[in-house]
Design a binder for this molecule. Sequence first.
Ligand SMILES: Nc1nc2c(ncn2[C@@H]2O[C@H](COP(=O)(O)OP(=O)(O)OP(=O)(O)O)[C@@H](O)[C@H]2O)c(=O)[nH]1
Ligand SMILES: [Mg+2]
Length: 307
Amino acid sequence: MKKKVLLMGKSGSGKTSMRSIIFANYIARDTRRLGATIDVEHSHVRFLGNLVLNLWDCGGQEAFMENYFASQRDNIFRNVEVLIYVFDVESRELEKDMHYYQSCLEAILQNSPQAKVFCLVHKMDLVQDDQRELIIQEREDDLKRLSKPLDCTCFATSIWDETLYKAWSSIVYQLIPNVKQLETTLAHFTDIIDADEVLLFEKATFLVISHCERKPHKDVHRFEKISNIIKQFKLSCSKLAAAFQSMEVRNTNFAAFIDVFTPNTYVMVVVSDPAIPSAATLINIKNARKHFEKLEKVDGGHPALTS
Ligand SMILES: Nc1nc2c(ncn2[C@@H]2O[C@H](COP(=O)(O)OP(=O)(O)OP(=O)(O)O)[C@@H](O)[C@H]2O)c(=O)[nH]1
Ligand SMILES: [Mg+2]
């Protein structure tokens, strides 16, 4: 199942940087070397077995933008499942940015009215801490108003922290075909093994695709922090020609296990009951694998015929 994702926004706003970090194992520092994208760069990312993301990274220089809205209009805006529009928060041409955004929405309304729209207010690291809340609120209000009759979801992002993972996790979550079934199964699993919390990560990107929480946790940003940390760790391992497989962290309050799960996922299990030995949790993870592997083989919510 192929899903077309358009990545748009003005030149230098950070589109290729994000794509390279999330899908091509770049670290933030490497993106300084990226040149401007010429016309459209296509990439296919296999994401969770059947799901292939067809990313269209559209170079944002004005000459290209004008072409997208004119001669290439049908080609670009047809069959779009998701539009991700990136705004550079430091841009001094806000009016022009908004004008292009609106042209883009018009073309989407004409060609792919069902598409989901996400706006990323990007490079938030360049804004002072105490200003961030206010700026994102203002931008979000403006964008939501301008997007009508379409609905848009806004995120404040930066390649320099975990906000990037939060935004992209939410975006890909919308694209996973059988996500409800996955969540129900994960909730069962969490109950059966008496865990505080269980997370599923997509294997290549380490984006969180599903989670179940039985015991409330006060850090609402913990998922994307873990994605960010483990991804960096995985990359460090690969520099040493080692492959990251699993990890166990234990202290007086809890034990956390990260392990390869299905062909497309890693799982993280957090247990706080000291009476449950590690070996028991590891066996439980092993036994759950086949159930989740079956789920991955479904297409569009219908179980595939497996013999
Ligand atoms: N400070 C900061 N810089 C960023 C961030 N994201 C990207 N950049 C920098 O912005 C510059 C331009 O990024 P690109 O990803 O090439 O921009 P683009 O949107 O693909 O540009 P075009 O291909 O011309 O449309 C690079 O030097 C990145 O390092 C961010 O979150 N914060
Ligand atoms: Mg680019």
